[in-house]
Design a protein around this ligand. Sequence first.
Ligand SMILES: Cc1ncc(COP(=O)(O)O)c(C=O)c1O
Length: 392
Amino acid sequence: MKENIGLQTTAVHAGARKDDTFGAINEPIYMTSNYRIPTDGSDIDWSGTNSNIYARNRNINQVVLQDKLCALASAEDCAVFASGVAALTAIFTCFAHTGDHVIVSEVCYSATNLLFREILPERYNIEATFVDTTDTEAVKKAIRKNTKLIHVETPGNPTTGISDIDEIAKIAHEAGALLSVDATFAGPISIRPLKHGADLEIHSMTKYINGHGDSLGGCVMGNKELLAKIKEEAMVNYGGILSPFNAWLIARGLTTLPIRMKQHSSVALKVAKFLEQSPAVRFVWYPGLESHPQHELAKKYMNGEYSGMISFDIKGDEATHTKFLDSLKYITHAVSLGDIESLIVYYDKNSDKLPHYPDIYREGFFRFSVGLEDAEDLIADLNNAFKACGLI
Ligand SMILES: Cc1ncc(COP(=O)(O)O)c(C=O)c1O
């Protein structure tokens, strides 16, 4: 869709094909594993993803979702997978090979961490250097002759640290490496990695893109050449493709992403401001707060919508933290993020991930995904829980 239309119009209309048989307004779900193959001499892409042959190569619901994502993220091409981790491994295995070196954000999703700390170095001899990518100089210093990929998570999960994509893209390209950016914490509207020089943009679609907490999915976006490799290698031959039903659910969720992100961002800013001034709170990081260590970068990259992800901690011992979780009414203690409902997860003092995070996180903290509820109700919920714990 090339017309100059608004984001919300794009989210509703891009990728929509409509049903020619019955005139249904909604896209049908194509629950088919194979398709009739033409015998009229037309070209058939037997081993790629350009012909309707078999659902591991191509499925209409995947294509509709990919087209919608491309229109929203201004990407040339997109590949969707069965989970965010399948999208990540597609990139890592397509663009890092035996003997290559990769630079990875020290604060990153746990599967990315494990893949680069253990599995890829030990089994495939891929070297990885973990650096604080919010420190651009540290990225520069980590470059080696064999660096082939820089993988940045911004905002970082769970700390919300922001990295300077423009500058890191320059460093990557001078070194002849690719830059991939996992922007799951912000979604494809609040941050636009491709516009800032990233070669590949990744999201766990399980989070903001779907938004409704009812299916897993992942996507990779970039130029046609890189995506052709990803599609042929990872979609067709590793096979972690997205089912038609989940593609349909996620495409439906995606139609409301622009309005959801506005609400997530405005509610989260109010909640973060409330947390910042509460005597019950030990610290709070939210990219929209002036006190966030990379607030200036967040202003540049997040276009005034700082997403719904907050990390914070309360004062008190482990028992107080547990009581706090038990006292919440609308905010649920659960993993995942980016859903319509607020979710909170506790990283306790003994979490093996804490050593990779900034000092202030080492005593334990909460990762809080602010949903679409009214800010006043979430603030009241937090305040009541603080009272129940004797913190105020
Ligand atoms: C930043 C980030 N990337 C990737 C993933 C993995 O996504 P999925 O759970 O869909 O495999 C997650 C999941 O929480 C995440 O937070």
